[in-house]
Design a binder for this molecule. Structure first.
Ligand SMILES: [Zn+2]
Length: 250
């Protein structure tokens, strides 16, 4: 946390990614990237020192998720579902492109992120679209691999939600079964494959203990199955996915 507050160069610039899963039941988005309004005054309240210091987003309107998806041949209005790993503004910033689409997040995340008190934890609900009425899910049962609970999102079970609390207490990840390997879209359950492998704890995690536990479960999954781990802010995440480079545990 001190690094974040005292060192303006605490991290190099990082990407903000989000992913579209092209499933026969329809396109599923995982997160929605950033908001080009992020540099406008008032987007982050003046009093939120941590958010103002550690989270300086910079993106133009053309690279928001809507135009990018359209260019790829997936108009945002035709997307079947949007799953939010969590509601921080670099993940929820593109929600405005998905009016009319089902937005899914964990009940726990919704409870904090959409409340007035959420601002303390860097959820600025005034930036959300006014139409936002998410479908909330809670994890009870359906053990899956190293996770105590899961939710099958597609009827074939190929797209599954996993509880990965820590960075936020209602954080979830999405695992996609591509038959010979799994793709794990971790959101901010870890910032990079290297951080995951070294067991580094997120300095701004809401719950450091839960963060450590989620990391252990992800590493256990990687030890057992062929997995490509793709965190939102990992500069190599997209190329690992494109080149099908597995995350290996020594
Ligand atoms: Zn976050």
């Amino acid at each position: 946390m001190l690094d974040v507050l005292l060192d303006r160069e605490w991290t190099p610039k990082l990407p903000i990614s989000c992913y579209a899963i092209d499933h026969p039941e329809g396109v599923i988005m995982v997160d929605t990237g950033g908001d080009s309004r992020a540099t406008e005054p008032g987007f982050v309240p003046w009093w939120h020192l941590v958010a103002r210091t550690c989270d300086r987003q910079e993106l133009s309107a053309e690279i928001e998720v809507g135009p990018q998806l359209r260019a790829l041949g997936f108009p945002p209005e035709d997307v079947a579902k949007v799953v939010m790993t969590h509601m921080h503004s670099d993940h929820a910033g593109g929600l405005s492109h998905f009016e009319g689409v089902e937005i899914i997040l964990s009940e726990r995340e919704a409870k904090i992120a959409l409340s007035r008190a959420g601002a303390i934890n860097a959820y600025f609900r005034q930036n959300n679209p006014t139409w936002l009425k998410p479908t909330t899910v809670s994890f009870e049962g359906q053990r899956w691999e190293s996770f105590d609970a899961s939710i099958a999102l597609s009827s074939d079970g190929a797209v599954r939600l996993l509880p990965t609390p820590g960075h936020t207490s209602g954080h979830l990840s999405v695992v996609v079964d591509r038959s010979d390997h799994l793709v794990l879209l971790t959101g901010d359950a870890t910032y990079s494959e290297a951080a995951l492998l070294s067991g580094a704890i997120d300095g701004i995690a809401e719950d450091a203990k839960a963060h450590r536990d989620s990391g252990e479960r992800i590493r256990a999954l990687c030890a057992k199955r062929a997995v490509i781990v793709v965190p939102t802010h990992d500069p190599d995440g997209a190329s690992r996915l494109a080149e099908r480079r597995l995350t290996t545990i020594d």
